[in-house]
Design a binder for this molecule. Structure first.
Ligand code: ATP
Ligand code: MG
Length: 391
């Protein structure tokens, strides 16, 4: 159907009380940003609906719908036809909409919503009337009020809107309404999904990636930049910090027991990420960890990793099976890039038999061997990190 306008319906925002205008304002700003590359639009809101109207004939409304389906805070996207609030106009526009759809052998139902109570028919009357008009003027259609193939929706507001398609939105809350957090972004499947989930609740993301040049290649770094780029369709711009980690890793390998390498490395990653987060104004860390996925993610390992953190650490995938995470990564479009076979700093120096129940005393003893140099090394890693604005 050729759309004149797109109606956006939001859910959770409408439950907000006095803060509601703040959420709505951010949503409108995010919608405007998402659509800016496609041309000029009028974007306004009224009664839990945002109206997106193109200011020009050559705007690709399909592309607009696609972009809007990635803006957090929207539950449904309805590309609609717009007409005057007269019965004649509504009849004509509805039939015009249906003429663009293959109706043969299909069933339909009409649903009407009347916000303007001055309109001469109430909603049930309008449904019955339009049902009869559609039956009389089309071929191949029959009515099914329980499970229709085509749901014809008519909304009588300031004008009348007619639509037959409802595209699912991304849900969640508008990005920019819930503070900032730093995502530990590897090149794997899990961490982009974890970042997406937290951003969905309105959080702006920084990302921190640990890079072990020359043990990890430039292509591994490019892959992480590409993952961040894909994520920005949902999250908005991401500030990506690429931290040189080689010296620290080599020092750990030199001074700590082999089976504790990964866990000690993970503790240092968290400490560095926290420093960067604090400097960026982030209030929490995010990781893609899930209980029992690998040795460094057993309950014991997570506990000792967490022990170095003073900020909250969000692990939104904690109870997810791998397949559930894969399903989301396919849906959001990061999977294909995540599975490109480039090495990660966590995988290049792994022990054959990493501990699954690390002992904190052993860790603290080992870390004492690093003490002389580690603060300076961490400072250097932070100060020489490369920051890329991904948008
Ligand atoms: P992913 O979890 O992203 O698929 P992975 O399964 O290889 O990668 P692990 O190596 O077990 O994950 O790491 C667990 C978490 O630690 C990751 O989800 C990510 O948040 C963080 N992490 C791992 N490697 C890096 C890295 N090189 N840079 C930044 N964060 C990392
Ligand atoms: Mg993982």
């Amino acid at each position: 159907m050729k759309a004149d306008i797109i109606l956006l319906k939001y859910g959770e925002i409408s439950l907000k009380g006095l803060n509601r205008p703040m959420f709505e304002k951010q949503l409108l700003a995010n919608v405007a940003k998402a659509l800016a590359p496609l041309g000029k639009f009028s974007i306004r809101k009224s009664q839990s609906t945002v109206y997106v109207e193109p200011l020009g004939d050559d705007i690709d409304m399909q592309a607009a719908t696609e972009r809007l389906s990635k803006v957090f805070g929207i539950v449904n996207i309805c590309p609609a036809a717009k007409c005057q609030k007269t019965i004649e106009d509504i009849e004509r526009t509805t039939l015009e909409c249906l003429s663009q759809i293959d109706l043969n052998g299909k069933t339909f139902k009409v649903e009407a919503k009347r916000e303007d109570k001055q309109f001469p028919m109430n909603s049930p009357q309008l449904c019955r009337h339009m049902g009869a008009v559609i039956l009389k003027n089309t071929e191949g259609l029959s009515v099914d009020v329980h499970n229709p193939d085509i749901l014809v929706q008519i909304e009588i507001r300031k004008e009348a809107f007619i639509f037959t398609q409802k595209v699912s939105g991304a849900g969640g809350m508008p990005v920019g309404t819930a503070g900032r957090a730093a995502l530990l972004l590897s090149g794997g499947i899990d961490s982009p999904v974890a970042g997406w989930m937290i951003s969905k609740r309105g959080v702006v993301l920084d990302a921190v990636h640990f890079h072990s040049h020359p043990y990890t290649s430039d292509r591994a770094k490019e892959k992480v930049i590409e993952l961040a780029k894909i994520m920005t369709q949902y999250t908005g711009p991401i500030r990506l910090h690429i931290v040189p980690f080689t010296d620290i890793q080599l020092d750990i390998i030199d001074k700590c027991p082999k089976n504790y390498l990964t866990i000690i490395m993970r503790r240092l990653m968290m400490r560095i990420a926290e420093k960067i987060a604090r400097e960026s104004g982030a209030m929490a860390l995010i990781t893609g960890e899930s209980i029992g996925q690998v040795a460094s993610q057993t309950m014991h390992s997570l506990a000792v990793t967490n022990e170095v953190c003073t900020m909250p650490v969000f692990r939104p995938l904690i109870g997810f099976d791998k397949q559930e995470i894969v399903d989301i990564s396919e849906k959001i479009g990061t999977y294909e890039t995540s599975v490109l076979p480039y090495e990660d700093c966590c995988t290049i120096f792994v022990a054959k038999h990493p501990v699954t129940k690390p002992n904190l005393n052993v860790i603290k003893c080992s870390e004492r061997h690093l003490d002389d140099v580690i603060d300076e090394m961490m400072e250097r890693a932070v100060s020489t990190a490369e920051t890329i604005e991904v948008c």
